[in-house]
Structures are given as C-alpha cells and as structure tokens.
Write a protein that binds this ligand. Structure first.
Ligand SMILES: NC(=O)c1ccc[n+]([C@@H]2O[C@H](COP(=O)([O-])OP(=O)(O)OC[C@H]3O[C@@H](n4cnc5c(N)ncnc54)[C@H](OP(=O)(O)O)[C@@H]3O)[C@@H](O)[C@H]2O)c1
Length: 231
C-alpha cells in the first residue's frame, strides 16, 4: 500500500513496538491515530493524533473510532493491533485476574479493534490489519502458559480472518517477534530487556515493509528472531 495520506490506527502507542511503528508510519507519510491508555511522551508530529482508549473496553474502542473519524475523516486504511502484555508464572496458583487481564487485552481487545474497522475496510475494498502475536504464539514457553494461550489465539484469529476477508481486498498479516528490547519485560520478574534483543525500530521496519508490499502480494505470517540472543 502507498501510505502517503492514508489513515493508520496503531494500538498501544505509548512506547515499545507500538510507538516505533507509529513513528515509521509517520516517516512513510501516513496519518497516524494512536489508540492507547497513555500518549507517547514527546511525540509531536502534525500527522499524529492520540485518542485515549483502553482496548479491553469495547465501548471505548467504538468511541475511539468515532473520535478518529471526526478528526481525520471516515476512512481507516491500516490497523496495527499491538497493545498487549505478558505475565509469567506457573499454571498452579496463577491468578484469575492476571489470566483475564491478558485475554481481555491481547485477545478481546484485538477482536474489538478489528471488528470496528472491518465494515469501513470492506466498503473501501481496501485495508490492512496487522496483528502482533509473538514467538509465544508459535511454541509453548515454560511459565508463560497464559501469555502463550493469548498469542496462539491471535495466530488462529489472524489466519482465519485472512481467509475471510482477502476477497474484500483486505490483507491480514500476523507477526511473531522474539524478544524485543522494550518495557514488556518490566512485568516479568527475573527477566530484563537487554541490547541482545531485537530493537522495536527493526520490528517496526518489518511491519512497514509488509504494508508496502505490492497490492496483489500478501505477507501473511512473519517470524522474527534476534541473531545471537545469549551474547
Ligand atoms: N517485547 C517483546 O519481546 C515482545 C515479543 C513478542 C511480542 N510482543 C508483543 O508486542 C506488543 C507490544 O509490546 P512491547 O514489547 O512494545 O511492550 P511495551 O513496551 O510494554 O508496550 C505495550 C503497549 O501496550 C499498551 N497497552 C497495554 N494494555 C493496554 C490496554 N488495555 N489498552 C491500550 N493499550 C494498552 C501499553 O500502553 P500503556 O502505556 O498505557 O501501558 C503500551 O503502549 C504486545 O502485544 C506484546 O505482547 C512483544
């Protein structure tokens, strides 16, 4: 897709992969609507607009879309479903609230955001939905069962939706990043982000590449890993 002047929604835009993706989209000429609980500090750009939205709340998602359309016009061409979190712990004793928090954000929030933009994309016969799963959506990881379950769900949802909407001219791509140096690890005791991990800007560059592929060329699944993670 040629991104100049196109409207792109990015969820979870305050930091990390979401913020880096917003910046990459702005550099490519897109108009970016950032949906999230907190705004990215210091990101001042004429084509960047922040709309407060907790993706766990379907009414807040509908309100964010309405506010986006009031400000930027009716079209939404791109949705990057990035907002998410991971909590670790053995299944025995894992808290119900923590389990539900991950599903409400990583799975239900992604569904609410996708559902709300699909009618627009179908009417336009054009759109691209990019979902951030994880390596944890491809293989099980010890003490991350809940997080893995959410990211496997994102993979299943993405692959099914891709087949559902491809004939409407809508692309669906799913990304499986390995460890990336962001604040993601702040919530995981005993693990710390470090420079051997991938950089969020590099993940964002791959998202941009996927978006800019020729019209009749759909990159459906993208696995990304750091080269020397233990260095
Ligand atoms: N870092 C990694 O190693 C890695 C690897 C694979 C996949 N991922 C995935 O990549 C995505 C981004 O993570 P990250 O690494 O960039 O982590 P991060 O730096 O912690 O950023 C997470 C973002 O999600 C937002 N968010 C969380 N809950 C939200 C909610 N209910 N509503 C709206 N926004 C919400 C956060 O906003 P607030 O500022 O409001 O909290 C923040 O902007 C996640 O889906 C994560 O699972 C990360």
């Amino acid at each position: 897709m040629q991104l100049e002047g196109k409207t792109a929604v990015v969820t979870g835009v305050s930091k990390g992969i979401g913020r880096a993706t917003a910046e990459a989209l702005l550099a490519a000429g897109a108009v970016v609507a950032g949906w999230g609980r907190s705004a990215p500090s210091g990101l001042a750009h004429a084509r960047f607009h922040f709309f407060a939205c907790d993706v766990r709340d379907e009414n807040a998602v509908a309100a964010a879309l309405a506010a986006t359309q009031r400000t930027l016009g009716p079209a939404v061409h791109v949705l990057v479903n990035n907002a998410g979190l991971g909590l670790a712990g053995a299944v025995a004793g894992f808290g119900t609230a923590e389990w539900k928090l991950m599903f409400d954000t990583n799975v239900h929030g992604l569904f609410y955001c996708t559902r709300v933009v699909l009618p627009l994309m179908k009417a336009q016969q054009e759109g691209h939905i990019l979902n951030i799963s994880s390596i944890a959506g491809l293989v099980g990881i010890e003490n991350m069962a809940g997080y893995c379950a959410t990211k496997f769900a994102v993979r299943g949802f993405s692959q099914a939706l891709m087949k559902e909407v491809r004939n409407d001219g809508i692309k669906v791509s799913c990304f499986y990043p390995g460890s990336t140096q962001t604040n993601f690890f702040d919530d995981i005791p005993g693990s710390e982000a470090n420079a051997s991990m991938m950089q969020p800007e590099d993940v964002a560059a791959t998202i941009l590449y996927t978006l800019q592929a020729p019209k009749n060329f759909l990159i459906a699944d993208v696995e990304m890993r750091p080269l020397q993670p233990k260095r």
